[in-house]
Ligand binder design. Structure first.
Ligand code: ADP
Ligand code: MG
Length: 696
């Protein structure tokens, strides 16, 4: 059969309806999709050993002859064994296959096979369990560098590799999308070579060439897209200019005196907004440094000038909290604050939308519903994005197109996540940066403890004492519900001991704190329930809040002085730092308890790092080292298109090269209209396809 890129996978042998459905889950429906399904890793199966010399560490290939006919035995219902002895001139190897009765017929005495598996030594016997095997003269998945793919339930790596091998010939149809001169200048392999060798590399060198070409390509389209965005913004010209207001008037509204750092950042913001340029500013400040006050100031300036502003928060919980505190703060100044979240009743939403269109709301607080749900503004002049690490370049660009005016709104981005410089260059490359490098006075540093299970009772007593003193506590769990089947990636056995909000809260209420008022909060609750739970905690009605990481960013309840994180080793350091930032917001001495039963020394070390410092930058660097950038940013939190091969933090040199190449190309052909550059344009649009319209 002739396979082309558009051949449906269902036409390949071995892909029935059931498997096709599962493949579809991975986004794989046609041969071309498989070509673009790059391996996440490789296994070197090139070296073939003889039995006596095969190492007993890791998995290896061994050539041997079946010395007998395989024996099938049924141990009990659901457990079948096939055993067979194989041998070469150096010795014998005893193979056991569990529940693979077909092996009885597949292996024939006297024939030679290659077996791939882990050799174990039991006394004088060498054994191997469930090896992969193939006939020595029909080698496909042994004796080579084997791709390791991301999988889904019911789809094995073997199957994917077999399919990939079948569709590989159609790689010759792949168009060469990189301009010829760029390929030459940067010594990049051709598309066909790259795709073939990324799946089944001939050797290490070929793999490196393939990887370099494909990673460069990704970074190049990313850089070109970002360049185009910037270009477009620059074309938009000047922003709305505000008259300078007396800052004292705003400061009088605040219940506190701003720190010098807050004050400086307020001035920088005001300078932008009164300058005639469009503001594009990032306010970076550690958890609790008081970024909200800066946002409030900018919103106030805007309202004073007769324009509207919008604040976007990453979660509804946070949006509601901002709505409450900003209304309280700004109402006395006559600023009308509104709330718009995805989960509000349709009628309510309608009302808020109408008010926004009519100009009856000055400052609207919301979630991404603000961009996604066709909101029209009367005169939007400022957008504040809180917790920017969940709100990337593309989203900002989409918002900028929403102003309702012919001019672009000012953009103020707030983030507590200190990100490594390399990444900042890409993500915030187009922003000016202000840093709030000072915490409000009177904060006592949060005392952090790493404890093990044996201290659990003492920990509960501590909760009780804090509550007796009038304080409140958070207890954070990694899961919502008990799920004994949920194995974490890379884990063989189910993660049985993860604390889950629902059941744990019940146990706590019944057995540990029958006399305390407990509340729960997690992402699966209805928005109304969440809101109720959060306001009960804010008002002090709930004394202990058992929650997931929904409270991670931004939540501000100054009376809470204790946060306990269950299964603390399951969280990234930056995430723990954010969680810890939920306490220490009032004048009370605050505590953070990280409880863990991990046996990993490394995990313990990481937790102790967190306990020993409150420096967000230091923590994020540790995190980057230990867990890599993907994890650091969580699931695509940087808002950039997903990179398949390129490592945004690691491939710095390649990134710089790709960036230069993209810039040079756009200088020659700013709109990418030349026929030879159309493929680049198409690939850029494809890469940013999660945020449609941004290049219109
Ligand atoms: P961030 O968003 O930077 O984490 P917030 O803006 O939520 O921090 O502020 C944290 C807490 O500190 C809030 O309760 C806020 O009212 C308070 N706060 C902010 N600035 C000051 C200040 N200058 N003096 C005293 N308290 C402050
Ligand atoms: Mg905040």
């Amino acid at each position: 059969m002739e396979i082309s890129r558009s051949t449906p996978l269902t036409q390949l042998p071995g892909v029935g309806e059931v498997r096709a459905k599962k493949l579809e889950k991975l986004g794989l429906t046609a041969a071309g999709d498989l070509l673009a399904w790059y391996p996440r890793d490789y296994e070197d199966r090139r070296r073939i050993y003889n039995i006596a010399q095969a190492p007993t560490e890791g998995r290896v290939c061994i050539t041997a002859m079946a010395a007998e006919h395989p024996r099938l035995s049924r141990i009990r219902k659901g457990l079948e064994l096939v055993q067979v002895k194989v041998a070469d001139h150096t010795g014998a190897l005893h193979l056991t296959f569990f529940n693979q009765s077909y092996v009885e017929r597949a292996i024939r005495a006297g024939e030679e096979y290659i077996f791939y598996g882990a050799v174990e030594v039991q006394g004088r016997r060498r054994t191997m369990v469930n090896p992969i095997f193939e006939r020595a003269e029909k080698q496909t998945f042994t004796g080579c560098i084997m791709p390791v793919y991301r999988l889904t339930a019911g789809i094995s790596n073997h199957l994917l590799a077999a399919l990939a091998r079948q569709v590989l010939p159609c790689a010759h149809e792949l168009p060469e999308t990189l301009p010829q001169h760029i390929r030459q200048n940067h010594h990049l392999a051709a598309a066909e070579f790259a795709v073939k060798n990324i799946h089944f590399p001939a050797d290490e060198q070929a793999l490196e060439l393939a990887r370099r070409r494909l990673a460069f390509e990704e970074l190049f389209y990313l850089a070109a897209g970002l360049c185009l965005l910037k270009q477009r913004r620059e074309k938009l010209g000047g922003g709305i200019t505000f008259p300078l207001q007396a800052k004292e008037e705003f400061l009088a509204l605040l219940p506190f005196t701003p720190t010098a750092a807050q004050s400086r950042v307020m001035d920088e913001t005001a300078a932008d907004m009164t300058s005639g340029r469009i503001m594009n500013r990032l306010v970076q400040g550690d958890v609790g440094s008081g970024k909200t006050a800066v946002a409030a100031y900018a919103g106030w300036l805007c309202a004073k000038g007769g324009f509207q502003s919008a604040l976007m928060a990453p979660t509804e919980v946070l949006a509601e909290q901002h709505f409450r505190s900003l209304s309280q703060l700004l109402a006395p100044a006559g600023v009308r604050v509104g709330l718009l979240t995805g989960s509000m009743r349709t009628a309510e939403k309608q009302k808020v939308r109408a008010a926004l269109a009519a100009g009856d709301i000055d400052f609207v607080v919301g979630t991404h519903a603000l961009i996604s749900e066709g909101v029209t503004f009367h005169a939007l002049a400022l957008i504040v994005a809180d917790e920017q690490h969940r709100f990337g370049v593309a989203q900002r660009a989409a918002l900028a197109a929403k102003s309702g005016q012919n001019v672009s709104p000012h953009v103020l981005v707030m983030s507590a996540t200190p990100i490594p410089r390399t990444l900042a260059l890409i993500i915030y490359g187009d922003l000016d940066v202000s840093v709030i490098d000072q915490l409000p006075p009177g904060r006592t540093p949060i005392a952090t403890y790493v404890v093990r299970e044996d201290k659990r009772q003492r920990m509960y007593n501590f909760v009780r004492r804090q509550v007796a003193e009038g304080r409140q506590a958070y207890i954070i769990c990694p899961a919502v519900e008990d799920n004994p089947d949920a194995a974490l990636p890379g884990e063989e056995s189910p993660a049985l001991n993860l604390k889950a909000v629902k059941t744990y809260a019940e146990t706590l209420q019944k057995e540990i704190f029958p006399d305390l008022r407990l509340g729960i909060l997690h992402g699966k609750m209805r928005p109304r329930e969440k809101e109720a739970a959060m306001s009960a905690f804010s008002s002090g009605e709930t004394q202990v809040l058992v929650a997931t990481t929904v409270v991670e960013v931004g939540v501000d309840v100054p009376n809470a002085s204790l946060i306990i994180v269950e299964n603390a080793d399951r969280f990234g350091l930056s995430q723990l730092h954010q969680l810890r930032g939920r306490v220490g917001r009032g004048q009370h001495q605050s505590h953070c308890v990280l409880i863990t039963s991990t046996r990993s020394l490394e995990a313990m070390e990481r937790l102790h790092t967190l306990a020993s410092t409150t420096d967000g930058f230091k923590i994020s660097e540790e995190d980057l080292k230990a867990r890599g950038p993907g994890d650091f940013f969580g699931n695509r939190q940087h808002g950039l298109p997903q990179m398949k091969l390129a490592d945004l933090a690691g491939d710095m040199r390649l990134l710089t090269q790709a960036q230069q190449a993209a810039r040079a190309l756009l200088e020659e052909d700013p709109q990418l209209v030349r026929p030879e550059n159309r493929p680049v344009w198409e690939r850029v649009c494809q890469l940013f396809s999660d945020t449609p319209d941004i290049f219109n």
